[in-house]
Each structure stands twice: as structure tokens, then as C-alpha cells.
Design a protein around this ligand. Structure first.
Ligand code: 3HC
Length: 311
């Protein structure tokens, strides 16, 4: 009966067990998972653009190879997450249409421009660092395919973060111009990185529900705090200053106090009015249209194979 199905679902969640694709689940659970997983996938795919710009301009073959590997990893993370969304009945083509026409989002962080090569290091250090803070708890998400995808993705994400930090350490040991370029990039990427964790809990419409369903294991503010606590010592070791005059250790709390991100900017960026939103969608749309012939060829080849097998 429906009541027994709901009870079984609730017990599974309570016992920290996984919900799998063929299990019964409330429509709301399915819907919010498709929403979050699809937008996570979109973020990975769009996230290839800011760094992709620097592959041809990397300063050495080693740096080029590292950046190429990282961008390819992000493509793979996106495809992995679209597959996780498909286990919930979502259609990949439809999800792409929803991204292109603005019915689905991607992470605000990728709407900022990468103005110098130091941005590549700062994205690895801060953006992938924030992604790790956000994604490690998702390895314990109640939906099986999503949690398993996260375990694989987190391993690669830590390589992304390390290479970024190592790149910055090298530049900070370089010329004054290189040190200035790093500090300038930190100044531009610090606050947008804090916004990656989402609005304050008080304004988050999904957090309560997602926590009850154990999709999310920590709230936006908890993870943002964890990221700040983790990153401040790294900034000190690097020799850069974080652009927040209110940042200071609070011994009572055992955490760093920090200033308030500009939530008006955040709302503008996720509403489509950030520095690079139009460009990111235009590039994604062009890639999708230029790739149509590959999809058509793959579909007709598969049909021929099926027909031959059927014969
Ligand atoms: N960018 C864009 N939209 C955002 C956002 C951000 N940084 N933060 C929140 N939002 C949106 C939410 O999607 C929601 O809108 P919707 O109803 O249309 O989906 C709305 O703002 C309200 O926010 P909530 O906090 O209520 O929404 P969630 O509970 O979904 O929390 C989240 C937002 C923390 C981003 C959560 O969805 C999440 O953890 N997602 C998985 C992680 C993820 O997507 N990370 C992307 C980072 S980039 C990345 O991983 C690539 C790596 O290689 C760097």
C-alpha cells in the first residue's frame, strides 16, 4: 500500500541506507534530485569554459597537460552526473535544453571571467577547494547513484585543488608581477567562491527538505564556514591576503568570523545578469548545435547495429 511504501522509504533513509533507482520514492524526492544533479552536471560542463580559455596560453607543456587533464575531467564529471540524473527518469537532451533556455541553473562561479593565468591557479585552489567541501558530504547522500558518482568525482577534484595550489606557490616564489597577479586573482575570486555554497540558510528554499531526505548532509552556511576555516591557513602559507576586513579567528566559536557576501550580486548572477552568463550559454549552445551531426550519426549507427542484430 502507499503507506507501507512511504514507511519503507522513511526507514531506509533513517537507517542511513541508500535509495536505488528501482526503489519507490516520493515524487518530491525524485524531482529535487533531478534538479540538483542536473544543475551539478551543468556546472561541470559550463565550468570547462573559464579554464579552457587558457589551455592554448599555458606557460609550459607541463602546465598545458595538467590543465587539459583537468578540463577533460570536468567533462567526464558532467557526463557521469547526467547519467545519474537519467537513473531518475530524466532525459539528457531535455536537461541540455533546460540549461540553454534558462529553466535550469549552473553554478554562479562560472559567470566570472578568467583575466590572467593566475586565475587558473586560484580556480583550482578556491573553486575546486569549495567544490570539495560541498561534494565530500554528498558522498553520503541518500540516493545511491549520486553518492557513488561523488566518490569517484571527489578523488579527481583533489588533484584539481592540489595542482592549483602548487601553481600559485610557484608564482608566489616568482617575480613581483607574478605575486601581484596571484593577489589580484584572489581578490576577484574569493567572494564568488563563498557564494558557491548557496544563499544563507535563512533564504534557502531547499535546504530543510534536502536535509530531511539526507540528500544534503550539511547546510549552506555550515559548508561555507568549513571552507573558510580550511582556506585561511592555506592563504597564510601562500602569502596572499583574503579580501575580507572582517575575517578573524574567533576562539569562542572555534571558527573564523567573516564578512557577508554581496547577496544582491549573487541574486543578479543566478538570474542571468553576471559578467559572463550570456557568453557561457552562447558557447554551450554553439557546441550543442555543432555537435548535432555526431549525435545523429551515433543514433543511426546504433539503429543499423540493432537492425543487423535483429536480422
Ligand atoms: N549558483 C547557481 N544557483 C545556485 C547557487 C549557485 N552557487 N546556489 C544556490 N543556487 C540556486 C539553487 O539551485 C536554487 O535554485 P533552483 O530551485 O532553481 O534549483 C536556489 O538557488 C536556492 O538555493 P538552495 O540553497 O535552496 O538550493 P540547494 O538546496 O539546491 O543548494 C547547492 C544549492 C548548495 C549548490 C546544492 O544544489 C548543491 O550542493 N549542489 C551540488 C553541488 C554543485 O552543484 N556544485 C557546483 C559547484 S561547481 C563544480 O562542482 C565544478 C567543479 O569542477 C569546480
Amino acid at each position: 500500500t502507499p503507506r507501507e511504501l512511504q514507511e519503507h522509504f522513511d526507514r531506509t533513509i533513517e537507517r542511513e541506507q541508500r535509495i536505488e533507482p528501482r526503489d519507490w520514492m516520493p515524487d518530491g524526492y525524485r524531482k529535487t534530485l533531478i534538479r540538483q544533479i542536473a544543475q551539478h552536471a551543468h556546472s561541470e560542463i559550463i565550468g570547462m569554459q573559464p579554464e579552457g580559455k587558457w589551455i592554448t596560453r599555458a606557460p609550459s607543456l607541463r602546465r598545458k597537460a595538467i590543465l587539459l587533464a583537468k578540463v577533460q575531467d570536468e567533462a567526464g564529471h558532467g557526463l557521469y552526473l547526467y547519467s545519474a540524473a537519467e537513473t531518475l527518469g530524466a532525459d539528457r537532451g531535455e536537461l541540455t535544453e533546460m540549461l540553454l533556455d534558462g529553466r535550469q541553473k549552473y553554478s554562479s562561479i562560472f559567470n566570472y571571467p578568467t583575466l590572467s593565468y593566475a586565475d587558473v591557479g586560484v580556480i583550482g585552489w578556491l573553486v575546486d577547494g569549495a567544490a570539495i567541501c560541498n561534494q565530500v558530504p554528498l558522498c553520503r547522500s541518500s540516493y545511491g547513484p549520486y553518492a557513488r558518482a561523488m566518490i569517484r568525482i571527489c578523488k579527481e577534484e583533489s588533484f584539481h585543488q592540489r595542482q592549483g595550489y602548487e601553481l600559485l606557490l610557484t608564482m608566489m616564489r616568482g617575480t613581483p608581477e607574478q605575486r601581484e597577479a596571484v593577489q589580484d586573482a584572489v581578490n576577484r575570486w574569493w567572494w564568488p567562491s563563498l557564494m558557491m555554497f548557496g544563499p544563507p540558510d535563512s533564504e534557502s528554499r531547499h535546504t530543510a527538505r534536502s536535509m530531511a531526505w539526507k540528500i544534503k548532509r550539511h547546510t549552506n552556511d555550515e559548508l561555507r564556514q568549513r571552507f573558510v576555516d580550511m582556506t585561511v591557513p592555506q592563504a597564510e602559507a601562500l602569502g596572499v591576503t583574503l579580501p575580507d576586513p572582517e575575517l578573524r579567528w574567533n576562539p569562542e566559536r572555534g571558527h573564523y568570523d567573516f564578512g557577508e557576501p554581496d547577496w544582491d550580486e549573487f541574486r543578479r548572477v543566478i538570474a542571468g545578469d553576471g559578467p559572463c552568463n550570456a557568453e557561457r550559454i552562447a558557447v554551450r549552445r554553439a557546441a550543442h548545435e555543432e555537435g548535432a551531426w555526431v549525435r545523429e550519426a551515433a543514433v543511426s549507427y546504433a539503429a543499423k547495429q540493432a537492425e543487423r542484430a535483429g536480422r
